[in-house]
Structures are given as C-alpha cells and as structure tokens.
Design a protein around this ligand. Structure first.
Ligand code: BTN
Length: 276
C-alpha cells in the first residue's frame, strides 16, 4: 500500500514515515528514483522491483518499504527488516554491459554507501567484501544484487540495499545485537532517513555513470582502502570448500584474490572472515 507522510506509532521517538513526495522533493538525481514506489509493507523490495522490471519499469525505478516480510540477504539468508527503522530499498538498473560485469556493481554500490556515510555523517565506514558495510566493526548495511540476463546481455539488474538507520541496540534481535549496528548508533544521533537515502542515490548515480564508462578500474583503490580484509589472513567459505590464506587484492572483475602458499585463488562469491 503506498504511503503518505504520517507519524509512526511506536514506543520510541515519534518518527516520520517515508513518503514518495518527500523523497521526490529532496532528490537531486537524473535517473535514480525518477519513478518511486513506496510501500508500508512488502514481501521484499527486490522481489517487487524484479516484478516491475519484468513489466518494463525504467532504469532508476526505486522501490522502498517501511517493512519487509520476506527481506532477503545473500546466500539464502533472511534480512531483518522491521518497520520504521531502516532503509529497505531496491533500484532497477539497465546497464548496456555483459552479465559478467554485474557482480562488480555490488562493490560499486557498497563504495557509494561508504562514501555517503563518510560525507553525510562524518564516520569511517569499512567495506567487507563483497557487499557488507560496517561501522565500529559491526554490520550496518548489506547489498543484494540480482540479475536478469539473456545470452550476453543484461536485461536488468535489481540492486537491493538494506541499511540499518535508526535502530537502538534493543531493536535488534538478541542474535544480532553483537554483530549489527545502525547509522544512528554509530553517529550517536537521529538520522533523517529521507535525506540520507537521497544523498546515497546521488552518490550511487555518479558512481554508476562512471562504472558504465570505465568499469571497476577507478573504484579499485577507493574500495581497497576501505576493505578491512585486504592484507589480512582470511578464511573463505565457497560452497563446500574452505580456503584459508591472505587476501591480497580485489581484481578488476570484483573478485577477491587469496594467496595460499605459492598459489593465488580467485574467489568470485562466498563468505569471508578474518582469522588470526
Ligand atoms: C546481505 O547482507 O546479505 C544483503 C542484504 C540485502 C538486504 C536488502 S533490504 C532491501 C532489499 N530487499 C531484500 O529482500 N533484500 C535487499
């Protein structure tokens, strides 16, 4: 159900709900968010964006929800998406690029988010390959990129971003309280979700336009600078295989290169943890 701006009924501080009119008024983009769909509740903004894209929705179409009932993360995990506390959003992209370049878009979006956090909130954001954004060593945001392609052509990409914004510690389930944080917790102040969302979309648009022309090359240094895994000993879980070694770099396709003994292993997807 589309929303109109109203106050949310929670026990915490009174908070404005997201509205498409407010987002439109604060947006300074040319593509991202030119069409906006705001829902009070949806299964998953990625699923909704995918449905819209299959029906021809334009590049830049934005889907935002106050709450997701089936928010999804990578590797089949669920994504905790309570009402009124986060930015749960997906954008439809239609880059004229081969499908193999799509995973790199997750890295670009992660970097756009880190840059927005730094510029807007004056915090140091860490990127955890491939698509997590951390503050104070805890996860603040994750990115889930889904692709529809035919032969060698991308039909569309759904770029889903989940950002914990206003959560206090007790707002997270017990199992997440030690590993997750929010922008408000890290910045120690309330954050305006609309202003932050619009600043992020602006940064994402700039970075996306550059990515389409130059692919990942101009992003490798700024990504690596923020990626706590590079140079560290890591353990990567890739399907049923575990690879331990030193993370040495991100390659131009966005894969993580791990050095083990005298060989280099290119990891394209998986879960990676630092080890001692
Ligand atoms: C991850 O860290 O595993 C990725 C999390 C991605 C969550 C976002 S929330 C908005 C969009 N809709 C979803 O169902 N997932 C993404």
């Amino acid at each position: 159900m589309p929303t109109t701006p109203k106050k949310q009924n929670t026990s915490g501080p009174e908070r404005k709900m997201l509205s498409s009119a407010e987002i439109k008024a604060a947006l300074t983009t040319r593509i991202m968010g030119k069409s906006i769909h705001v829902f009070e509740e949806i299964d998953s903004t990625n699923d909704q964006a995918y449905r819209l894209a299959e029906h021809g929705a334009k590049e830049g179409t934005l889907v935002v929800a106050e709450r997701q009932t089936k928010g999804r993360g990578r590797l089949g995990r669920s994504w905790y998406s309570p009402a009124g506390l986060g930015i749960w959003m997906s954008v439809i992209l239609r880059p004229d690029l081969p499908p193999a370049t799509a995973p790199a878009l997750s890295l670009v979006a992660g970097l756009s988010l880190a840059r927005t956090i730094e510029d807007h909130l004056d915090l140091n954001a860490e990127l955890k390959w491939p698509n997590d954004c951390l503050l104070d060593g805890k996860k603040t945001a994750g990115i889930l990129t889904e692709l529809s392609a035919e032969k060698e052509k991308v039909r569309f990409v759904v770029l889903g971003v989940g950002i914990n914004v206003l959560h206090q510690r007790a707002d997270f389930p017990a199992g997440l309280q030690n590993t997750a944080t929010s922008l408000a917790l890290a910045a120690r102040r309330e954050i305006d979700r609309v202003q932050f969302l619009c600043a992020f979309l602006r940064q994402l648009e700039d970075d996306y336009q550059r990515f389409k022309k130059e692919e990942l090359t101009p992003f490798l240094d700024p990504y690596t600078k923020r990626c706590g895994l590079i140079g560290a000993r890591v353990r990567a879980q890739v399907g049923n295989n575990t690879i331990s070694g030193r993370a040495v770099r991100i390659d131009p396709t966005g894969a993580l290169v791990i050095a083990r003994n005298r060989e280099e292993i290119v990891v394209r997807a998986g879960d990676v943890e630092r080890i001692r």
